[in-house]
Design a protein around this ligand. Structure first.
Ligand code: FAD
Ligand code: FES
Length: 266
């Protein structure tokens, strides 16, 4: 570990990570590979808080960890250009460095699942990436993985082939230009297998559907987004309300981004 490029602030790590590769995998969607010591501490479902390498951008940008390679100390992030911060990330290339805070958040609970269990993964659009590491780790333990992905159009489809290595994958598109026409509910409502756990990440409408559909499921999880400032639990910019409470709230950056269904107000 290089002490000049890495320091610890309590549980928060700051590190200058190396850009190993970057590739545009779909229109305006990039896969960025970073290398550094921080990878050792990463878990599925956590995110990195990236400093935009431009002094005009004060706030870091949260991006989920898509896959983790502890042997080579590398992680993959997949992001879509939304504004100026992500546009600047897209200009990074091999050999550049990035100021990274993380790994942040709780991540998905993958405990106590083995070859006797079956899980459902549900991802929408740019919410699909964090599910890849979930599929990889559970498949390696013999868990049966079924994945349902929803995208707006054929152009936006990502990670179908990668996820298919770990189990059956259904793809839906809103306009029917690829896979099944409609949204993920068209597939999920027809799946009658009991799932021991459900892992999901996607747009607010999809998260509301999963929350309602699996409200009382003991192990159904939502990975949620919120605008963030500090990204480390201090500023309360990212809070969500808790059902039937006026006083208790949950911070997406610190208490999440993964929450059990029925535990936050969407
Ligand atoms: C926990 C978490 C994980 C995420 N993972 C991914 C991912 O894996 N891939 C991906 O493409 N995007 C992801 N996002 C969304 C991503 O953070 C935003 O798209 C990004 O911050 C936009 O920055 P920008 O400067 O390009 O856009 P701008 O619109 O210029 O950003 C302005 C400000 O708004 C914030 N902001 C804008 N959109 C969002 C958003 N959707 N969520 C949170 N803050 C936002 C920015 O961080 C910035 O502070 C995630 C968000 C969260 C909260
Ligand atoms: S962003 Fe500051 S508490 Fe979550």
């Amino acid at each position: 570990m290089n002490p000049t490029c890495k320091k610890r602030m309590g549980a928060i790590r700051l590190e200058t990570m190396k850009v190993v590769a970057q590739e545009e995998i779909a229109p305006a969607i990039f896969e960025l590979v970073l290398e550094g010591e921080m990878v050792e501490a990463m878990r599925a479902g956590q995110f990195l808080h990236l400093r935009v390498p431009d002094d005009a951008h004060l706030l870091r940008r949260p991006i989920s960890i898509s896959s983790i390679d502890k042997v080579n100390k590398q992680c993959h992030l997949i992001y879509r250009i939304e504004g100026t911060g992500t546009a600047i990330f897209s200009t990074l290339s091999q050999g550049d460095t990035l100021d990274v805070m993380g790994p942040q958040g709780n991540g998905f609970d993958l405990s106590d699942l083995d070859e006797q269990n079956q899980v459902l993964l549900v991802g929408g659009g740019i919410g699909v990436p964090p599910l890849l590491e979930v599929a990889k780790e559970l498949h390696a333990r013999g868990v049966k993985v079924v994945t349902v992905l929803g995208f707006a159009t054929k152009d936006a489809v990502i990670l179908e082939t990668e996820l298919a290595q770990y189990g059956q994958v259904f793809v839906t598109t809103d306009d029917g230009s690829y896979g099944i026409k409609g949204n993920v509910s068209v597939v999920i409502n027809d799946l009658d297998s009991p799932f021991d756990a459900v892992y999901s990440c996607g747009a607010p409408g999809m998260m509301k559907y999963i929350n309602q559909n699996f409200y009382d499921h003991p192990r159904a999880y939502l990975s949620l987004e919120s605008r963030m400032a500090c990204g480390m639990g201090a500023c309360y910019a990212c809070v969500l309300k808790v059902p039937e409470s006026e006083t208790v709230s949950q911070r997406v950056c610190e208490d999440g981004p993964v929450f059990r269904t029925g535990t936050v107000v969407l």
